[in-house]
Ligand binder design. Structure first.
Ligand SMILES: [Zn+2]
Length: 813
């Protein structure tokens, strides 16, 4: 599963979640009393009641011990009948589990099939959601009554972690695997998606029954159903169908969004030495989806953030990493499954690391390293340093879906790959997949395979990284012996537990780089290297592989050299931030100006954001360079930043550059150009903004809001109102938050009833959607402030406006 990263971080901050790990009881792998063999379902949907009418034929056998009881998970269902060979069976049902009395004691490997007729009532499910999944009712009806004219009617399911048993009776545990058949009856205007192959479609009046069949075993949490009015865009990997289910509006862009999938399937198959193991690979986009995306076997669902238009895709396909992530789960997670949620990292660390592997293959090592840097920073900022990667004492299984299981897990695989070498690492993955296919596994199985292949003991590595917490925090110092021409690098670990690790140290003499690979064992380690000339720079963790925090004493000249020469993106970035603080010095200013041509587009963007053009040094050259970047940089995101930087000069002579930006295909360039233009030619910027089609205005809401707020443009408040809440709470960027806080104030104090209506409508939707994070309370407080503002400002519409706000508030209380 891909968690919604931004949402996760922001919601955690406002939801008063207790970060500290509560060491509750040991959470083992679930006992296997029975093994599932096959699951056959026949379902249809009651849209009015948001219920599913189902029949299930569950085939199972005792795992080892003979027994005459059979227990299935079934949440909030009405059970109409349980039988075996047409004989009704006695059972006990407590709203969570059915305990069935079998007619006799079945022995190991003796199969039986029970039939259950039931009604699933997802709205009645009592189990709390989590940060990764905003609730857990398994089966979701979207706009079931069709009342919302802005939203299509859809159905989708979300099984992970244990919510499939909200819509069919099963042993809802990741250490179970079953083959599957589903007959889904739906109104004929809908298409359906489920796991495996679409075998047949049978029309029956205004309804149609689609029969989906999956011959390979997979875990119950990977079962999926999707229903809706979709266009199906067909693609292929070899002879395997790869379809994209999108709403009509996005059909022309489906291939631009998802079209790299077949290439990814080929790359991953080859890299792993294990061909894509399933018979199809379809992806669907679900409205109001509760997470980022989910790897349901051969039927992946994505959230609405996947929907992008060419003007956005030219900047960046924000879904590309997620597409790789869910696909890679089809080996790690779907083919071999972590036996328990404690071992979740066996699924998520690999899916996370696939993003690195894909970027390294497709866009090169620099691009992949930029991704790894952001991945590691998110983990380090996530206040998770006390959590083990494999955790048996978690509070709630949903807590496992965090920056440790994902980001830290991925970083650890990168370190393991570096330590073992590519050949051993990928052979280990191939062996793990081959030996455990269609089975569940725990982390020790991975260790044993790597030990067998390499002949190395790896207990220390796994104990340190998988069964312990934290990462090294290293204080670095140097001693120069100018007589013996030797430099000693001292590494002092400040962490309580001591880490062992391989480490790359670069020593630069006369601008020439020498790489030294050492192994650090002990919390106070020293390494001595000869040199001929006094080193210009020493770079510890030079390849950026080690997940760590380093403190060292460097001066401006070191950072200027580092910005220009460091091999790893993270070190150039670190240097840039330091050099930018000293731009009153000419060589620092020049170093920032030079960094605007760095091979990394993220360094170029940062240099453009940080360069101080109000500075006393000759800035003419720098400005000319920025103008050129605005026109010609290969990345539109860099062009956009260049325009933003030029915009700060409010120089009418730059109007032609901004005018050219307004003609760009890139929405980020258009957005920045509009704002820049506003400060040199207000009328033109506003006219241009009004000429934009509605769809583009929606995407450019932030820059437009900035202009309209400045302009105090009452007419545009209803438009702005629709983005205020997302802008204030669901973005990580402080500048954007500040714009929307201003916007909120203007609307709150305004006389514009339409704007107030739009704002509170959005508040009701999001307040309810994120209730489990107490977001409803946040929103109610804002509404109270609005009522107060109306009173204080004594607006002409005050009575009506206050009524609108209070009516909305009532929907949340
Ligand atoms: Zn995942």
């Amino acid at each position: 599963m891909m968690i919604k990263k931004m949402l996760l971080i922001v919601l955690l901050l406002i939801s008063f979640v207790n970060f500290s790990q509560t060491y509750t009881t040991y959470k083992p792998e679930r006992d296997k009393i029975h093994d599932l063999v096959h699951t056959k379902l026949k379902v249809n949907f009651n849209f009015a009641k948001k219920q599913l009418n189902g029949e299930a034929w569950v085939t199972a056998k005792p795992h080892f011990y003979a027994t005459n009881k059979f227990t299935l998970d079934a949440k909030a269902m009405i059970i109409h009948q349980v039988s075996l060979n047409n004989e009704k069976l006695d059972y006990n049902y407590d709203d969570f589990k059915i305990i069935i009395d079998l007619p006799k004691k079945y022995k190991k490997d003796e199969e039986f099939m029970v039939y259950i007729k039931y009604t699933a009532r997802p709205e009645k499910v009592r189990q709390k959601g989590s940060v990764a999944i905003t609730d857990a009712k398994g089966l979701y009806f979207i706009n079931a009554d069709g009342f919302d004219k802005n939203k299509p009617t859809q159905i989708w399911t979300q099984g992970e972690t244990e919510a499939s048993s909200c819509w069919f009776p099963t042993i809802d545990s990741p250490n179970q695997k079953t083959t599957q058949e589903i007959y889904m009856t739906v109104p004929d205007r809908f298409v359906t998606l489920s796991n495996g192959k679409l075998v047949s479609q049978t029309k029956n009046g205004t309804n149609r029954t689609d029969y989906w069949k999956m011959d390979q075993k997979h875990a119950p949490y990977l079962f999926f159903m999707g229903v809706g009015e979709y266009e199906i865009i067909k693609d292929f990997y070899k002879n395997i169908p790869v379809n994209y289910y999108v709403e009509k509006e996005y059909a022309p862009y489906a291939k631009a969004i998802f079209g790299l999938t077949p290439e990814m399937m080929g790359f991953f198959s080859e890299r792993l030495g294990v061909e894509y193991p399933w018979n199809k690979y379809h992806q669907i986009v679900g409205r109001d989806y509760v997470s980022g995306a989910m790897e349901n076997t051969t039927a992946v669902i994505h959230g609405e953030q996947a929907y992008q238009t060419p003007g956005q895709l030219i900047d960046e396909n924000v879904q590309e990493n997620t597409i790789a992530h869910e696909l890679f789960h089809h080996w790690f997670g779907d083919l071999v499954t972590s036996e328990s949620w404690s071992n979740l990292t066996l699924n998520e660390s690999f899916a996370n690391y696939s993003e690195y592997l894909w970027r390294e293959h497709k866009y090169g090592k620099l691009d992949a390293d930029m991704h790894l840097f952001e991945n590691n920073e998110a983990y380090k900022n996530g206040q998770s340093s006390d959590k083990h990667l494999v955790r048996f004492n978690y509070d709630d299984k949903e807590d496992m879906f965090d920056l440790v299981s994902y980001n830290k897990g991925g970083a650890i695989l990168h370190m393991l790959r570096n330590y073992l070498g590519d050949e051993a690492f990928f052979l280990g993955l191939k062996t793990y997949l081959t030996e455990n296919k269609y089975k569940a596994a725990e982390v020790h199985q991975l260790r044993l395979i790597f030990e067998r292949i390499t002949g190395k003991d790896l207990n220390w590595f796994f104990n340190q990284w998988y069964y312990n917490a934290g990462h090294p925090k290293i204080d670095v110092s140097y001693d120069y012996n100018t007589i013996q021409k030797k430099v000693t690098v001292n590494l002092l670990q400040l962490n309580v537990t001591e880490f062992k690790f391989p480490l790359a140290i670069d020593i630069y003499e006369d601008g020439k780089r020498n790489r030294h690979n050492v192994f650090v064992d002990g919390n106070d380690a020293s390494f001595t290297f000869p040199y001929t000339k006094q080193p210009t720079l020493i770079q510890v963790n030079a390849d950026g592989v080690l997940l760590c925090e380093i403190s060292e004493n460097k001066v401006l000249s070191d950072y200027i050299f580092q910005l220009k020469n460091a091999e790893n993106f993270a070190h150039r970035r670190e240097a840039l931030l330091e050099v930018a603080k000293k731009q009153e010095e000419k060589n620092a200013f020049n170093a920032i100006a030079n960094a605007m041509s760095d091979p990394s587009y993220k360094i170029r963007i940062l240099a453009l954001q940080k360069i101080d053009l109000i500075n006393k040094f000759s800035k003419k050259y720098a400005i000319q360079k920025i103008m050129q970047i605005a026109n010609t940089d290969e990345k539109t995101l860099v062009q956009a930043t260049a325009i933003e930087t030029l915009g700060k000069l409010t120089d009418p002579e730059l109007t032609t550059i901004f005018a050219k930006g307004l003609e760009s295909k890139s929405y980020s360039v258009i957005g920045k150009a509009l704002v820049a233009m506003y400060y040199v030619d207000k009328q033109l910027a506003i006219t241009k903004s009004r000429e934009l089609p509605d769809a583009i205005r929606k995407i450019l809401a932030t820059p437009l809001t900035r202009i309209y707020i400045e302009e105090k443009d009452e007419k545009e408040l209803p438009f702005i109102a629709k983005s205020v809440l997302s802008g204030m709470f669901l973005t990580g960027d402080d500048a954007t938050k500040a714009i929307y806080q201003k916007a909120f104030k203007q609307i709150s104090e305004s006389n514009n009833a339409e704007a107030i209506q739009n704002l509170v409508d959005d508040m009701v939707v999001k307040g309810n959607q994120y209730k489990s994070f107490n977001f409803d309370k946040v929103v109610i407080n804002l509404m109270r402030r609005m009522v107060q503002d109306q009173k204080t400002k004594n607006t002409p519409n005050k009575v009506r406006n206050t009524a609108i706000i209070k009516e909305a508030m009532a929907k949340l209380l």
